[in-house]
Design a protein around this ligand. Structure first.
Ligand code: ATP
Length: 277
């Protein structure tokens, strides 16, 4: 375990407990009996090939989608049995940072971060100002408070969105592809920030990402999902070294393995020199 990592305690109930989750979109079965535990206090990564349903899973956890069968519990509450009001309350405790985490373009950086506080609390202005500045300080952008979103780089915009996501001091935060489209420096900053925020604020983080290297660098636990189920889970180092052939191919980004490089086709010679089919 990397220095500073919060040891995942086995004796505490997981913050998120998913059992026998089934979900389909039209004819396509996205999940067919998914079981996942997200331990408190750590960073859990959900990985898997494109289209396996990682974003869908976050939406099921956040109660934006409803399972066909099975349950999703967050902090002991069955998300899909809550009244609208209780779901709304629970969502306030779940920060979300989606890839498209668009900032409100006609509001300054400060007002973007203040937005959830103005919406959900009745804090007096001086206190609200202090809180916003502290959140911006946590992401290194206190000095950028008066800028407009159009004046920010992509990496800065994502950090402002992160400050907004933690404005209400959530118990957990869900990141959907936070690294996509970032240059190496912004990427390094984001990776460090996600870890720091998790540990300093004693958050629980769920990270959905394709970026194996970055994700392995900060995750305490990785679930690899494919074809609607968990195919493997564990510590990132162990998974990379000793996972199944399929997991090794995915984690090491190998072009060939159980998932073949070539799309099924007739033999090349036949295509090149045989009769036209
Ligand atoms: N609103 C929708 N209506 C119908 N099908 C959808 C909808 N949203 C997603 N899907 C389908 O559900 C499946 C899972 O999508 P999802 O976005 O959750 O996958 P993902 O693992 O997050 O993919 P990626 O890694 O490419 O972002 C995909 O086949 C997608 O086409």
């Amino acid at each position: 375990m990397a220095p500073g990592r919060v040891p995942l305690s086995g004796d505490q109930a997981p913050l998120v407990r998913i059992r026998d989750l089934h979900f389909r979109r039209g004819n396509r079965e996205i999940f067919s009996g998914l079981d996942i535990d997200i331990p408190r206090g750590g960073i859990t990564a959900i990985m898997g090939p494109s289209g396996t349903g990682k974003t869908t899973l976050l939406k099921l956890i956040g109660g934006q989608l409803c399972p066909d069968q099975g349950s999703v519990e967050v902090d002991g509450l069955n998300v899909h049995e809550l009244s609208r009001q209780d779901l709304y309350r629970l969502r306030m405790r779940m920060g979300m940072l989606f890839q498209s985490g668009a900032l409100l373009t006609d509001l300054s950086v400060f007002e973007n971060v203040a937005f959830p506080l103005r919406e959900h609390t009745a804090l007096p202005e001086p206190l609200l100002r202090k809180l916003v500045l502290l959140k911006l300080e946590a992401v290194g952008l206190r000095g950028a408070r008066d800028l407009m979103p159009s004046e920010l780089s992509g990496g800065m915009a994502r950090r402002v969105a992160l400050a907004r996501a933690i404005a209400l001091d959530p118990m957990m935060i869900m990141y959907d592809e936070p690294f996509t489209g970032q240059d190496p420096i912004s990427l390094g900053v984001l990776v460090k920030l996600i870890r720091q925020l998790n540990d300093a604020a004693r958050l629980t983080s769920i990270l959905v990402s394709h970026d194996v290297e970055e994700t392995n660098a900060i995750a305490d636990l990785v679930y690899v999902i494919s074809d609607g189920r968990v195919v493997e889970s564990g510590d990132p180092a162990r998974l990379t070294a000793s996972g199944s052939e399929w997991t090794r191919q995915f984690m090491q980004g190998l072009p060939d393995g159980p998932v073949p490089f070539h799309y099924p086709a007739q033999p090349l010679e036949q295509d090149l020199f045989g009769e036209k089919s």
